[in-house]
Design a protein around this ligand. Structure first.
Ligand code: AMP
Length: 214
């Protein structure tokens, strides 16, 4: 199964993708996390991506697409994957479709997790991430059991640089325009499903699972 999760930063794509991955065992590919990992490790890819990620701008397509295609060619993706953070624009969507067609495959479902912008700004300001396992927490909606510590792996949580309010605004603006185009593109295919992203993680997860199997 090939699934795309669409939504603005903070909509809960990462949290829901992690839940789905545990439930159905597909690979979870998140381009933002791939970039952050490369930046942490100081790789050549990380050095190229860093200035864009820090400012909340999209990393150029040639860098992002190569990284994504390399990642989905790995063995754990053979049975399918959940994409979180990719595609971010029409060019990326088209290249992904072409790559899948060449393998005789296609995207099965695109789920759009819809959350109002004011709610996203609030959520991102209180977001804490785990550098080791990638789990994401939110101060008021989904706090860790022990403040500052990951429930899953015990690592110390951190706040992403690009979750600072001034960068958040740029990220939301950049992503909003592209998101509208992507919604149009996938609506035409009849594969798009919409899920209300306000509410608790379990309820949204239930709706998402139902929408994906519809
Ligand atoms: P995210 O964690 O999805 O919010 O991504 C963090 C940052 O990584 C974004 O603000 C971009 O700089 C970069 N990024 C992630 N995914 C993509 C993508 N598909 N295309 C271009 N840049 C991306």
């Amino acid at each position: 199964m090939y699934v795309i999760l669409l939504g603005l930063p903070g909509a809960g794509k990462g949290t829901q993708a992690a839940r789905l991955t545990r439930a159905i065992g597909l690979a979870h590919i998140t381009t933002g996390e791939l970039f952050r990992e490369n930046i942490r490790l100081g790789t050549a890819l990380g050095k190229k991506a860093r200035p864009y990620v820090e400012k909340g701008l999209l990393v150029p397509d040639e860098i992002t697409i190569d990284m994504l295609l390399e990642r989905v060619s790995q063995r754990d993706c053979e049975a399918g994957y959940i994409l979180d953070g990719f595609p971010r624009n029409l060019e990326q969507a088209r290249v992904l479709d072409e790559a899948l067609v060449q393998q005789g495959k296609a995207i099965d479902r695109v789920a759009y997790i819809k959350v109002p912008t004011e709610e996203l700004v609030r959520r991102l300001a209180g977001r804490w991430s785990c550098p080791r396992c990638g789990e994401v927490y939110q101060e008021s909606n989904r706090p860790p059991k022990v403040a500052g510590i990951c429930d899953n792996c015990g690592a110390e949580l951190y706040q992403r640089e690009d979750d600072r309010p001034e960068v958040v605004r740029t990220r939301l603006e950049v992503n909003l325009a592209q998101l509208e185009q992507l919604l149009g593109y996938y609506r035409q295919t009849g594969k798009l499903v919409e899920v209300d992203g306000e509410g608790d993680v379990e309820t949204i997860g239930g709706e998402l699972t139902a929408a994906l199997s519809s």
